[in-house]
Design a protein around this ligand. Structure first.
Ligand code: ZN
Length: 299
């Protein structure tokens, strides 16, 4: 078994909806070869574990393994995983340990792993207090303070995407109302874009980029909502930098400029004047990088 500088092999694993990736972990994140296996939502638990163990084995195995999951975990139990239902309710860390022989397996929400990767290697380099917002199908945020992920609930910053940004706004899938996710997410853009004739959020964003003013207004509204969310999170976390990742981030400054303006308008000046809002840098590789860093840091 190959070993890192401390004499114990570490492996980071990123379980996504369509595949699993694994790489050796070190202080620089994912090192060397990246092993991949396909996954799909019809797989049973045994097939998913075979894929994970196969990828871990291909990079040499590890005594310490960190597994990023497309969900959250509480008390070692994986919560709902819509993209891989076989994982829901399992004690995945123990199962991966048994299948791979790892002495220590840590589960981490993919969002938290991505924040760690961005902090060490991407858009959060060099700052002490970093907030990473992910606007994909849903909306959420994770924070890294002093080099570690802030864990208030579920291994992450709770359900930060449900901060309220439009109190009289749309109902949210969470059961609440006016949440960031209800206004600034793929779900929200698909819902409102359908009324404009767009089949999905990607098409809606393309319409905005092509100059459709109605589509652009939806992106602007999402940006304003993001600015309000950052203003609220910031009084709790005092971030030096906020990075925005996920599919909506492809809108670039069409999303971030209204967010910055709203942050300047409603934010608490002595808190928000010190922070910058930037695009995330690492894309899909942030999650594996973070898992690899986490594995390398496990005792
Ligand atoms: Zn909500």
């Amino acid at each position: 078994m190959p070993a890192d500088a401390r004499g114990v092999a570490a492996v980071g694993v990123d379980i996504g909806g369509s595949g699993v990736r694994a790489a050796r972990g070190g202080p620089g994140g994912a090192q060397g070869h990246v092993a991949r296996r396909d996954l799909d939502r019809r797989m049973d638990l045994g097939a998913v574990l075979d894929a994970v163990a196969g990828a871990v084995g291909e990079v040499g195995g590890g005594a310490r393994v960190a597994v990023a999951i497309p969900s959250f975990a509480e008390g070692g139990v994986v919560l709902d995983v819509p993209s891989l239902p076989a994982l829901t309710g399992t004690r995945l860390g123990e199962l991966v340990a048994a299948r791979t022989g790892a002495a220590r397996v840590e589960l981490v929400p993919d969002l938290a792993a991505a924040a760690l990767g961005e902090h060490r290697l991407g858009s959060g380099r060099g700052v002490d207090r970093f907030l990473c917002v992910a606007l994909g199908t849903g909306a959420n945020a994770a924070a890294v303070v002093g080099g570690a992920v802030v864990d208030t609930a579920f291994g992450c910053l709770g359900d930060a995407g449900h901060v309220k940004v439009e109190p009289e706004g749309p109902n949210c899938p969470c059961g609440g109302r006016g949440c960031l996710e209800a206004v600034a997410s793929g779900f929200a853009l698909a819902r409102d874009g359908a009324a404009l004739g767009y089949p999905d959020a990607r098409a809606q964003l393309a319409g905005a980029a092509a100059g459709d003013p109605a589509a652009a207004a939806l992106v602007d509204r999402a940006g304003v909502a993001l600015g309000r969310a950052i203003a609220s999170w910031s009084v709790l976390l005092w971030p030096d930098r906020v990075a925005v990742a996920g599919g909506l981030a492809r809108a670039g400054d069409r999303l971030l400029d209204p967010a910055r303006r709203e942050l300047a308008r409603v934010g608490t000046p002595y808190v928000t004047a010190r922070l910058t809002v930037v695009p995330a840098e690492l894309g899909a590789s942030a999650t594996l990088a973070g898992a690899a860093l986490l594995a390398a840091g496990l005792d």
